[in-house]
Design a protein around this ligand. Structure first.
Ligand code: GLU
Length: 304
């Protein structure tokens, strides 16, 4: 496996030149465009190559955590009542919305509007408490108690987040959320700004691949059925409107974020975390996707 990982690193770094680092959140633009890190984690080994020590913000990779906590706190029915599970076929920051009313059927948990709506299904007396619970779950799954928010990215995102505020106001206008818009978008921005590395993502994916069982202690960290929900939804819409191609070419549940991270779940086998901030037109890490394609081919990872 180590040889395959070395090969992926050697062959895929060149694809960084085909992508562009996200700039609509100004702070993200500071990333080194040709970075590439890949980490594979199984029950018995951790293999990391390239820029695995580089830190980046989760961005949309936090959406599966939001979905998971909403499921744990309120169950599948409530989650389903609020947001749909169908691919929108549209970018992450739009609604699939052409009727005269917005409903859960127009969004899913992996687009911004769906994630913002699901934050309201996380238990907590205040939005600060909801966020603390989300951070704490993420730390547990990553087995990394030191995970924190990148304050500079959070501020940058908050200062330029008009589109996400607009999405939240639309949710409120159509009765899908009833809270203060500023409060919910604030924790959305904080959640997106949690700073991780490839190992953290690989470890979260490993827990999802084991249906919620902790790789070290074997303790069930969340109900197995919810891992099934998250993995199913990731395989349908985890890679933005590139999810179909990704299913064909890689064939595993995965979530990408505009910070350049991808968390990929190989059921019953391993978790993979990749980082490379130059993105393709759909918002997926260009070299990260290429590396996953190679790994999938050579290690026979596709579940299809
Ligand atoms: N914080 C980003 C936004 O809402 C997340 C987008 C993403 O990674 O897809 O614009």
């Amino acid at each position: 496996m180590k040889n395959t990982l070395d090969k992926a690193l050697a062959e895929c770094r060149k694809f960084t030149s085909e992508g562009t680092v996200a700039s609509y959140i100004p702070e993200l633009q500071k990333a080194r465009y040709d970075a590439l890190g890949i980490c594979i984690m199984t029950e018995n080994e951790i293999l990391a190559v390239g820029d695995c020590d580089e830190k980046f913000t989760m961005q949309s990779v936090v959406k599966p955590m939001i979905l998971l906590l909403a499921l744990m706190d309120n169950g599948l029915e409530k989650v389903r009542d609020l947001v749909g599970v169908e691919a929108t076929g549209k970018p992450f920051d739009t609604f699939n919305y052409s009727d005269r009313a917005l409903t859960g059927a127009h969004i899913n948990p992996m687009v911004n509007a769906g994630a913002i709506a699901l934050l309201t299904l996380i238990n907590g007396d205040s939005y600060a408490e909801k966020f603390d619970r989300l951070l704490s779950l993420t730390r547990t799954l990553a087995d990394n108690p030191s995970l924190e928010v990148d304050e500079a990215v959070y501020l940058s995102e908050s200062q330029t987040g008009s589109k996400n505020r607009a999405l939240a106001y639309m949710l409120k206008a159509y009765g899908m959320i009833s809270c203060e818009v500023e409060e919910v978008v604030d924790i959305y921005f904080r959640a997106c700004s949690i700073k991780v590395d490839c190992r953290d993502l690989a470890r979260i994916a490993l827990v999802l691949s084991r249906k919620g069982r902790d790789p070290k202690t074997d303790k069930q960290l969340f109900p197995a059925e919810f891992a099934g929900c998250v993995n199913a939804i990731l395989s349908i819409c985890g890679m933005y409107d590139g999810s179909g191609e990704f299913a064909l070419n890689v064939g595993i549940p995965a979530k990408s974020g505009v910070g350049g991270g991808i968390m990929a779940v190989v059921p019953s086998r391993m978790g993979i975390g990749t980082y490379s901030p130059a993105l393709d037109k759909k918002g997926n890490s260009r070299a990260g996707v290429k590396a996953l394609e190679l790994l999938s081919r050579e290690l026979n990872l596709s579940i299809f």
